[in-house]
Design a binder for this molecule. Structure first.
Ligand SMILES: Cc1cc2nc3c(=O)[nH]c(=O)nc-3n(C[C@H](O)[C@H](O)[C@H](O)COP(=O)(O)O)c2cc1C
Length: 187
């Protein structure tokens, strides 16, 4: 049977990023539930800050087209958010903005989206989730309801990348199975 392909996009490129660690944990959970999962780094898709004049003069950045093409090979997308002042990182917001321009394909259509957040703080970045969801809804992306915010990130993971907290582990399982099911409708 064909596996659903899910791309995982952490909103931080920092060495030792807790967001990337959650991205890897999500990938493992998706794979355990029968999907193919690919964690990318936005460091490989460097883009200038969106500017209308720049877009008019030189078009969208090559890396926006490259990332859109890669997303197009997947039926599911997980945006894994750090939380900066209760909202998205400029890195992820800028990437989402460029992807909403004329990148040759339609990265927000014909696939399922899920949201996750991670923070060393106790709230786990839960406030960024509603900001990110608003963006996806306004873009018209098919976004699943289950989401996860992992707090106390420094000590939240076991060595095998499973989550120590039972409720968080159960939320991750729900996110994974719902996303795979929805992604399969886009195969
Ligand atoms: C500008 C800035 C704003 C931040 N705001 C928040 C916040 O609102 N909530 C929170 O939980 N952590 C906040 N943090 C702390 C981040 O959660 C922490 O730096 C985290 O490690 C970033 O994710 P990363 O490890 O994946 O890079 C902020 C950090 C920075 C640099």
């Amino acid at each position: 049977m064909t596996k659903a392909k899910i791309i995982i996009i952490p909103g931080s490129t920092r060495q030792g990023s807790v967001t990337t660690q959650l991205g890897k944990a999500i990938a493992k959970s998706l794979e355990d539930n029968g999907a193919e999962a690919n964690v990318i780094s936005l460091a490989d898709f460097d883009m200038p800050i969106y500017d209308g004049d720049l877009e008019q003069e030189t078009g969208v950045p090559e890396n926006a087209v490259k990332l859109a093409k890669l997303i197009d090979e997947h039926q599911g997308v997980v945006l894994v958010n750090p939380e900066y002042n209760s909202s998205l990182t400029p890195l992820l917001k800028n990437t989402l903005d460029w992807l909403s321009r004329d990148v040759g394909t339609k990265p927000y259509q014909n696939r399922a989206f899920a949201l996750a957040a991670c923070s060393p703080g106790m709230l786990g970045g839960v406030r960024v989730l509603s900001h990110a969801r608003d963006i996806l809804v306004s873009i018209g992306a098919d976004t699943i309801t289950p989401q996860i915010a992992v707090g106390g990130a420094g000590s939240a993971f076991n060595d095998d990348l499973s989550l120590k907290n039972e409720r968080a582990a159960s939320l991750l399982q729900s996110l994974s199975t719902t996303l795979i099911e929805r992604a399969k409708t886009h195969l």
